[in-house]
Design a protein around this ligand. Structure first.
Ligand code: GCV
Length: 687
C-alpha cells in the first residue's frame, strides 16, 4: 500500500482535514473548544470520539473538558447535566425528543456562541455527537443549527449469523468478529471500532450468534465471553442479544424434554436467564429460529409458536428482556406454496403472545430475494408487534462481489402500503408501531461484517451497513440522501466523485434484479451457496428447495401462479392489493412472475411480449454494470489507488457474473419460449 492508500478500516468514520478554506474558517470559529458534561462511560466515549475527530477535521487543537469555558464552544450534555449548570431546554422540548432523540442548536451564551447537543439520555447524546460530526464530515453549514431528531423504531439491531468456531453463515467478509477463543481475557482491538460504527448510525443492539444456534452459546463459559463483549459495547449503548437453541434444556441442561409446557423446562429457562442477567444486567433478549429448516421448536412437542415464545418471554420479563420470535417457517405440510406458510401458521396466533414478544418477519415471504412483494404478515397481525428483518449480507445479491446498494430495496419495502387500516398503513408504520398501539418496535439486519480489514469484503457493502442503521433510525430518509452522506464520509466531498458514485449506487439494485431475476422471477440462484444462476436446478430432496419450483417454466409460459387460479397467495394481502395482484393485467410488472404464470407471448405494457421483455431486462442489467465499470474508471486519480483498484477488480467480476446470468437464463428459458433464443455473438467477458 502506498502512502495515499486507504484500506477501508475507518468506514464512514473517516475524519479528514476540511479542504474548503471558507468552511474550515467557519468551523474553527464555531468550535474553539468542546465541553462534555458528566462522568459516565458514555461521556468518556463521547470525549474520545471528539478528541479523535475535531482536531483531525479542523486541523488544529481543540481543548476538551468537562466544564464550560468562555469561548465559542461545542457543549454536550444530557438534560440533567445541563440543568446542573443552570442551562436547559424546556420540558416540552425534551418530551418531544423522547428517550433516544437529540437536538443540536446554535445558541448565544454569555457573549460566546455555543453549539449545544442535548437529549434526555446518554444514548441520545451519543448519537447526537455522531450526527454533528456527520454534518462536519459532509461539509454542511453549521451557522445556525436547529436540528431535532428522534428514532421511530425503538430497538435497532444487527444480527450476526456467527458460529462459535469463527465461521459465519452467509458471511462474505472473512471470519467472525468475535474472538471467542481469547475472550473473556483478551478482547480484539477492533471491537470498540465495531461498537463506534454501530453507535454512529444509531444502532443499539447486536445479536452475537447464529440463529441456527449451538447449545454452547448459553453455557456459563460462553456467557462469560458474551459478558466481556457486552462490557465493551456498553459505553456505546449497544446491548447484546443471543440466539438460544430451543432444545437447550435437553442439550445443555440434561433434561429429558424441552417441552415448553413442562414446569421443569420453564424453571430451567428462568435459571438460565437469571444467570445471564447476573453477568449482563442490560442483556437485550433472545432471537429465536424455531421449527424452521431443521431447528428444534415447540412443535416438536405438539405445542405451538406462542407456547415457545411465551415460555422465553416469561423468563425474560422480570428483567425487561424481549423475545424476537422469527416467522421464517415453511413446513410443506402447511401449504404447498412456501410463500404462504408463515401467514397461515402465525395469523391464527395473533393476540396469543406475551407483550414482550415481537414476531420477526423477513421483508418478503420467500427468502431475501433480489425483489419480493412485502411479507403479507405485515398488516395481518394487529395484536402482535412485528419486527422487520432485512438481510444486509448479500446472500442472494452477488455476495461481496457485486456492488448493490440495498437502501433502495429497503425503502420499497418500508414504503409499501399494506392497506391494513386503510391507505397509508405502510410497512414502516406497522414496524415502528405508529399504525398500532406503538408499545414496542424493532428492526433487525443480518450483518455483512467480518474479519476482513474493510469489514464487509466490498468497500461498497459498507454502504449497506450504514444505510441499515440510518433507515432503522428514520425510515423517512431517502436512499439518495443516505448515499450522499455515506459517499462524502467514505470517499470524498468532491462533487464529481459524489455525483458519479451516487449514480452508480442508486441504479445498482434495479440493475441486479434485471440481470438476475427480472419481472418477479425468484430463487434461481445456484444451490447451497446461492451465487450465480442455475434456473434448471431440480435435484433437492424438497420441492421448494428446487429452482424449477419457483419459475415453473414450460412451453406455455413462466412464473408461479399465486393468483386465485393458482395457490391464491394474493388473497393474503388486503384490498385493493389482493385484487391487483390477482389480476394479471393489473399486477405491477415488477412482480408479474411472482404472482402469475404468464405466456411467453403475453403482451406487456411496453408493447413487447414477455419473452422479448425478459431479454430486454437481462440486457439492461448487464449494460448497467458495464457503465459502472466505465464510470468507476473515470474516478481514477480522484480516489486513493488501493480502494480504487479493489473496487475495479470487483466490478470486473460483477460484469462477468452478470453476463453469465444473462447467458444462462436466456439460454435456459429460451428452450421453453416458443420463439428461438436470439443468436448473439460470443461474449468477450465470458470464460
Ligand atoms: C440462518 C436462508 C439462508 C440460511 C438462513 C435462513 C434463515 O434459508 O439460506 O442460511 O439460516 O435463511 O434466515 O434462517
Amino acid at each position: 500500500m502506498d502512502a495515499t492508500s486507504e484500506d477501508g478500516y475507518e468506514l464512514w468514520l473517516r475524519y479528514r482535514k476540511l479542504d474548503d478554506p471558507t468552511l474550515l474558517g467557519q468551523y474553527r470559529n464555531a468550535i474553539h473548544c468542546a465541553t462534555v458534561l458528566g462522568k459516565s462511560p458514555i461521556a468518556d466515549a463521547i470525549r474520545r470520539e471528539l478528541a479523535r475527530a475535531l482536531p483531525a477535521i479542523l486541523d488544529q487543537a481543540v481543548p476538551l473538558s468537562d466544564r464550560t469555558r468562555a469561548c465559542n464552544s461545542l457543549v454536550v450534555g444530557t438534560a440533567g447535566e445541563l440543568d446542573a449548570i443552570g442551562v436547559s431546554l424546556s420540558q416540552a422540548d425534551y418530551r418531544r425528543l423522547g428517550e433516544d432523540g437529540f437536538t443540536i442548536r446554535s445558541l448565544p451564551f454569555t457573549g460566546n456562541h455555543w453549539i449545544l447537543i442535548t437529549g434526555i439520555s446518554g444514548p441520545a447524546i451519543l448519537v447526537g455527537i455522531f450526527h454533528f460530526l456527520r454534518l462536519l464530515q459532509t461539509h454542511r453549514d453549521i451557522h445556525a443549527l436547529d436540528v431535532s431528531v428522534c428514532p421511530r423504531i425503538r430497538h435497532r439491531i444487527l444480527c450476526h449469523w456467527d458460529n462459535i468456531d469463527g465461521s459465519i453463515e452467509r458471511g462474505y467478509a472473512g471470519g467472525s468478529l468475535w474472538n471467542w477463543e481469547e475472550l473473556p481475557g483478551i478482547a480484539g482491538t477492533w471491537l470498540v471500532d465495531y461498537a463506534r460504527a454501530c453507535a454512529s448510525i444509531g444502532l443499539n443492539g447486536t445479536v452475537l450468534n447464529n440463529v441456527n444456534a449451538q447449545p454452547e452459546s448459553l453455557s456459563t463459559e460462553y456467557l462469560r465471553k458474551t459478558a466481556a463483549l457486552a462490557d465493551l459495547f456498553r459505553p456505546y449503548c449497544i446491548r447484546v442479544y443471543l440466539s438460544p437453541l430451543f432444545s437447550a434444556p435437553v442439550q445443555l441442561g440434561g433434561l429429558g424434554t424441552s417441552d415448553p409446557r413442562r414446569p421443569e423446562v420453564s424453571e430451567w429457562w428462568k435459571r438460565k436467564v437469571e444467570e445471564i442477567y447476573r453477568l449482563i444486567p442490560d442483556f437485550g433478549g433472545f432471537v429465536v429460529k424455531a421449527n424452521s429448516e431443521g431447528q428444534p421448536g415447540p412443535q416438536d412437542y405438539g405445542a405451538n409458536h406462542d407456547d415457545g415464545a411465551n415460555l422465553l418471554a416469561a423468563a425474560l420479563e422480570p428483567y425487561g428482556g424481549m423475545v424476537l420470535w422469527r416467522a421464517f417457517v415453511y413446513d410443506a405440510a402447511t401449504d404447498a406454496d412456501r410463500a404462504k406458510c408463515a401467514y397461515e401458521e402465525f395469523v391464527p396466533l395473533d393476540g396469543k403472545f406475551q407483550p414482550n414478544v415481537l414476531l420477526q418477519v423477513k421483508n418478503g415471504p420467500a427468502d431475501f430475494q433480489p425483489r419480493e412483494p412485502f411479507h403479507p404478515l405485515f398488516g395481518a397481525m394487529a395484536k402482535t408487534p412485528l419486527a422487520l428483518e432485512l438481510q444486509i449480507t448479500q446472500e442472494y445479491l452477488g455476495q461481496s462481489i457485486h456492488l448493490v446498494y440495498l437502501a433502495s430495496m429497503w425503502k420499497e419495502v418500508l414504503d409499501s402500503d399494506t392497506y391494513a387500516k386503510g391507505p397509508g398503513t405502510t410497512v414502516a408504520r406497522i414496524v415502528d408501531g405508529s399504525a398500532g398501539d406503538g408499545a414496542t418496535s424493532a428492526i433487525v439486519g443480518v450483518a455483512n461484517t467480518g474479519s476482513d480489514r474493510n469489514w464487509c469484503g466490498h468497500h461498497f457493502a459498507q454502504a449497506n451497513w450504514y444505510a441499515f442503521g440510518r433507515l432503522a433510525w428514520d425510515a423517512g430518509i431517502s436512499a439518495e440522501a443516505i448515499a450522499d452522506e455515506w459517499i462524502r464520509m467514505t470517499w470524498s466531498n468532491d462533487p464529481v466523485v459524489v455525483d458519479v458514485i451516487k449514480l452508480m449506487m442508486l441504479g445498482s439494485w434495479e440493475a441486479c434484479i434485471d440481470y438476475m431475476t427480472p419481472l418477479g422471477l425468484h430463487h434461481i440462484m445456484q444451490e447451497g451457496h446461492h451465487y450465480g444462476p442455475d434456473p434448471g436446478f431440480d435435484g433437492a430432496p424438497r420441492a421448494d428447495w428446487n429452482n424449477v419450483y419457483y419459475h415453473r417454466a414450460d412451453a406455455e409460459g413462466v412464473g408461479f401462479d399465486r393468483s386465485s387460479s393458482g395457490s391464491n397467495a394474493a388473497s393474503q394481502y388486503h384490498s385493493p392489493l389482493r385484487e391487483q395482484f390477482d389480476d394479471m393485467a393489473a399486477c405491477p410488472e415488477r412482480l408479474l412472475l411472482w404472482f402469475h404464470h404468464v405466456g411467453w407471448h403475453h403482451r406487456l405494457r411496453s408493447g413487447s411480449v414477455l419473452w422479448e421483455e425478459l431479454q430486454r431486462h437481462y440486457d439492461a442489467g448487464v449494460a448497467y454494470v458495464q457503465e459502472m465499470v466505465r464510470t468507476w474508471q473515470s474516478l481514477q486519480g480522484k480516489i486513493d489507488p488501493e480502494r480504487h483498484r479493489h473496487v475495479s477488480e470487483r466490478l470486473e467480476q460483477q460484469l462477468e457474473n452478470a453476463q453469465l446470468w444473462r447467458q444462462v437464463c436466456i439460454s435456459y428459458f429460451g428452450r421453453f419460449a416458443s420463439s428461438k433464443p436470439r443468436i448473439r455473438g460470443p461474449d468477450p467477458c465470458l470464460p
